[in-house]
Design a protein around this ligand. Structure first.
Ligand code: SF4
Ligand code: SF4
Length: 376
């Protein structure tokens, strides 16, 4: 696993993440977004999940622009800044609802510096997903990868209840079966894993979901229900407040690695209280469906965090002139990002300080472990 992570693109990303401390602290030089690059590719969703109200449709929020393969290819091919970024994450809504999705994926994966696209999906649209994935594999060069993150919230009726639709669990099984067949043909290019959101409706049965992933030999990861403006879930009754410490301990018993979710559930786990910085707008950014650029997904619905729009200006111009928004991110006090979507970026940014703290103390002290960002 570690050997796979040590490759030229990751070494370049690591070096630029170190370099990004300079613009972060001095305000001089241009940062390079080498941590996380998320695109909201679809505003529609066919699910009616209990923990997310995107299905109530964000159509009215958009003012006429809509990302397509032309604007995305142009942005990624022409930007000098984005040439440092080999990995893209696509979220929604449900990406596979887009008729032109396979064309978008093919065109982006054919750009030399784009190596991998990670896609979140409910796996409900079995036929469309299998046909799109097969098409993309056939029409992109060897070495280019797709990682599918399948949303599985429980087995059998738990999945159907949470997703708000009948046969969701059966569809996940069917889609997974088909994807595994494709994976046999492209073993190094198609990556599959399951993602669950720990929430009131599945917290008593999540062990079964974990067993399901083990049985099918599929990677597994967890998050915790998150009431964000982005997913339009402002329901205080259905929130992380109802996920208890003992639920988290059961999760840790399943796999110790999930211990890091303890801090996600903590109130006031912020940049200010921990001293750990999020680096949104420096090492990471988000492009919304209408082309607007923000430092991260959680603040993308707030006008004051908009850096610009790629339909109106080149990405590089937007990125170089975003000092005001970057100042806002430094003051942002959201209290789950450091453990949630921004965790990977934080770990990349703090790799060297953490390593130094371990070496100097013969591994008795780790900066990130002391903050609860990692378990070991
Ligand atoms: S969680 Fe995902 S699948 Fe469910 S409604 Fe939201 S976007 Fe759709
Ligand atoms: S702390 Fe604020 S700016 Fe930083 S990742 Fe979280 S929401 Fe974004």
């Amino acid at each position: 696993m570690i050997n796979k992570a040590i490759n030229k693109p990751n070494i370049v990303r690591g070096l630029y993440s170190l370099y990004n401390w300079i613009p972060y602290h001095t305000g001089m030089l241009t940062p390079y977004p080498v941590g996380s690059f998320i695109i909201n590719i679809s505003r529609e969703c066919e699910m009616k999940c209990m923990m997310c109200n995107i299905w109530k449709n964000r159509r009215s929020e958009y003012k006429g622009y809509a990302l397509d393969k032309d604007i995305l290819s142009k942005t990624l091919s022409e930007s000098k800044i984005l040439k440092k970024m080999p990995y893209i994450v696509m979220t929604g809504g449900e990406s596979f609802l887009r008729k032109d999705y396979k064309d978008i994926l093919v065109s982006l994966l054919n750009i030399p510096h784009v190596l991998k696209i990670t896609i979140g999906t409910s796996a409900f649209l079995t036929t469309k997903i299998l046909s799109d994935v097969e098409h993309v594999m056939q029409n992109t060069p060897g070495g280019k990868q797709i990682a599918l993150q399948v949303s599985l919230q429980g087995t059998e009726d738990v999945q159907d209840r949470i997703k708000g639709k009948e046969n969701c669990f059966k569809r996940v099984e069917e889609t997974m079966r088909g994807l595994k067949e494709i994976q046999k043909k492209y073993p190094d290019r198609l990556i599959l894993y399951i993602y669950s959101v720990l929430q009131p409706e599945n917290k008593d049965t999540f062990e079964k979901t974990y067993e399901f992933s083990r049985k099918h030999d599929i990677g597994y990861s967890f998050g915790i229900v998150n009431n964000m403006l982005y997913n339009k879930n402002r329901d205080d009754e259905y929130s992380k407040e109802r996920v208890t410490d003992s639920d988290i301990e059961r999760l840790v018993n399943v796999n110790p690695i999930y211990g890091m979710l303890r801090t996600w559930n903590k109130k006031n786990f912020t940049q200010q209280s921990t001293g750990i910085r999020c680096f949104a707008g420096y090492s990471s950014f988000f492009i919304d469906y209408d082309g607007s650029v923000s430092p991260c997904l959680p603040v993308s619905t707030l006008d004051k965090f908009r850096m610009g729009n790629i339909f109106e200006k080149d990405f590089d111009e937007i990125w170089k002139n975003a000092a005001k928004v970057r100042e806002l991110t430094k003051k942002c006090a959201m209290d789950e990002c450091l453990q949630g979507c921004d965790r990977a970026v934080v770990r990349m940014q703090y790799f060297l300080p953490d390593l130094i703290s371990r070496v100097l103390t013969f591994n008795r002290y780790s900066l990130l472990r002391s903050k609860g960002m990692i378990e070991r």
